[in-house]
Design a binder for this molecule. Structure first.
Ligand SMILES: *[C@@H]1O[C@H](CO)[C@@H](O)[C@H](O)[C@H]1NC(C)=O
Ligand SMILES: *[C@@H]1O[C@H](CO)[C@@H](O)[C@H](O)[C@H]1NC(C)=O
Ligand SMILES: *[C@@H]1O[C@H](CO)[C@@H](O)[C@H](O)[C@H]1NC(C)=O
Length: 417
């Protein structure tokens, strides 16, 4: 981008985000549930995790996890159908990606949503939620609507605090020593942060299964993603001066608008489908229209501007490293001018990585860069469909045939009966 275009773009962004921010501040829900119901809203999309599950005859439990730094995370445990006496003891933790929530794993419905497939295979499935999304927008001291400090987090803190706390909670509750971990995109990157910074926790996983794992994003091809994330990331300080620390929250105007738009008609289905393809890549027919109508009620699920800034850095950097505050502040915080790299050699847990050749967000080059650094690879699986992209792992109607068999194989291998 030329610098002039850059300025125009930034001004536009500030404008949009001011509007967004005001809307966020008011916790404005422009469209209430009654109206949306009559506007052909899919039933699923209005339900929370527990309610969606019940709709299809599954049962689930809600649990609250308190992190060492005071965040309160909602996590869910799901019981598959017909598993009463067949439930395997080793718990499985499934973590969502950037701007998502646990609901992601239900959006593709009972035939393809990974939460359904894994729990129906009678694994003791738990699904987590990172700080800042609509299930984890709580803290024991800080008010997310009033205290900017609540929003001073990125994948660095999610990996350091949220993943260990969630893991610890599940192991304590189930009285097991170890669990099996599945991380999608950011949910994989944050696991690596934990292994690097808190190796004791890494050893609490029997096996790590990474779906399109996100570490550095040096080769990301998606132009819309790069423009949006880098643009917003550069504006962290400007946004702070006008009181904006949180972006893309559920219930914000942008999210409600997407949610409604993607439900209206065949034309809007086409529009939303094309939108998803432009951000990621084209994979005609992989995500059904029904899934598209549901998923935008749960996506984006909200995060901090600081986390978005961190993503901007991971696009610009060729390392998987901590937040870059600039050399002076880096020196104060880290004792070095450059932010320290995460130690991927510390990911000693047996690892499986599944990725798609058509992923424009986490590019194959960055996946291969990562794999070379993971010391204990069990299997590297490129999904056989050459058009498999980033969103497919979460939302494709073909997960059952294309990725679930590998997941199932390793969960079985590493589970106690
Ligand atoms: C989900 O909905 C149920 C039923 O309305 C409610 O009891 C539960 O607290 C909700 N859970 C969350 C996390 O919002
Ligand atoms: C989704 O809807 C659009 C517009 O009605 C249609 O062209 C397309 O074939 C549908 N896709 C699928 C996978 O059903
Ligand atoms: C990285 O982790 C490995 C394995 O735990 C360890 O041997 C090595 O010393 C660590 N490297 C650094 C720079 O901390």
């Amino acid at each position: 981008m030329t610098s002039k275009a850059n300025v125009v773009f930034n001004v536009l962004l500030v404008f949009v985000t001011i509007v967004l921010g005001n809307v966020l501040k008011l916790r404005f829900r422009p469209i209430n549930n009654e109206i949306t119901r009559s506007l052909r809203y899919q039933r699923d999309s209005l339900l929370n995790f527990t309610e969606s599950r019940e709709l299809y005859g599954y049962s689930s439990e809600e649990h609250n996890v308190l992190t060492e730094d005071g965040y309160i995370l909602t996590i869910f445990r799901i019981n598959g159908r017909n598993c009463a006496h067949k439930l395997k003891r080793t718990p499985v933790l499934l973590m969502h990606g950037f701007l998502q929530s646990s609901d992601t794993w239900l959006d593709a419905g009972p035939k393809a949503g990974l939460a359904y497939l894994i729990s129906d295979a009678c694994f003791d499935l738990w699904v987590g939620n990172d700080r800042g999304n609509y299930y984890s927008r709580r803290h024991n001291r800080l008010d997310p609507d009033k205290d900017p400090k609540f929003w001073k987090f990125s994948v660095d803190e999610i990996g350091f605090y949220d993943i260990p706390a969630t893991l610890e909670y599940i192991l304590k509750y189930t009285k097991e020593d170890k669990l099996n971990y599945i991380g999608y995109s950011q949910g994989a990157g944050t696991f690596f942060v934990m292994c690097s910074e808190r190796p004791g926790y890494c050893a609490k996983a029997n096996v790590f299964i990474g779906l399109a794992p996100a570490t550095r994003l040096t080769n990301t091809k998606s132009v819309p993603f790069k423009i949006l994330i880098e643009g917003l990331g550069h504006l962290e300080e400007d946004l702070a001066t006008i009181g904006i620390y949180e972006l893309f929250a559920k219930g914000s105007l942008s999210q409600e608008f997407l949610s409604l738009l993607c439900k209206f008609s065949a034309t809007s289905e086409l529009l939303c489908g094309t939108g998803v393809s432009l951000v990621d890549s084209f994979h005609q027919g992989s995500i059904t229209n029904e899934t598209l109508r549901v998923l935008f009620d749960h996506f984006p699920a909200g995060t901090s501007v600081h986390n978005i800034a961190r993503y901007g850095q991971s696009i610009r950097s060729s390392h998987f490293q901590k937040f870059d505050y600039g050399s002076a502040q880096n020196f104060n915080i880290y004792g070095t001018k450059q932010p320290p790299h995460y130690n991927l050699s510390a990911v000693t847990v047996p690892s499986v990585v599944l990725y798609g050749n058509n992923d424009n967000l986490v590019d194959t080059k960055d996946i291969l860069w990562l794999i070379k650094r993971l010391p204990n690879m069990l299997e590297i699986k490129r999904v056989s469909d050459p058009l498999w992209n980033h969103f497919d792992s979460a939302y494709s109607q073909f997960t059952k045939d294309l990725i679930f068999p590998t997941i199932n194989k390793y969960l079985l291998k590493y589970s106690r009966k």
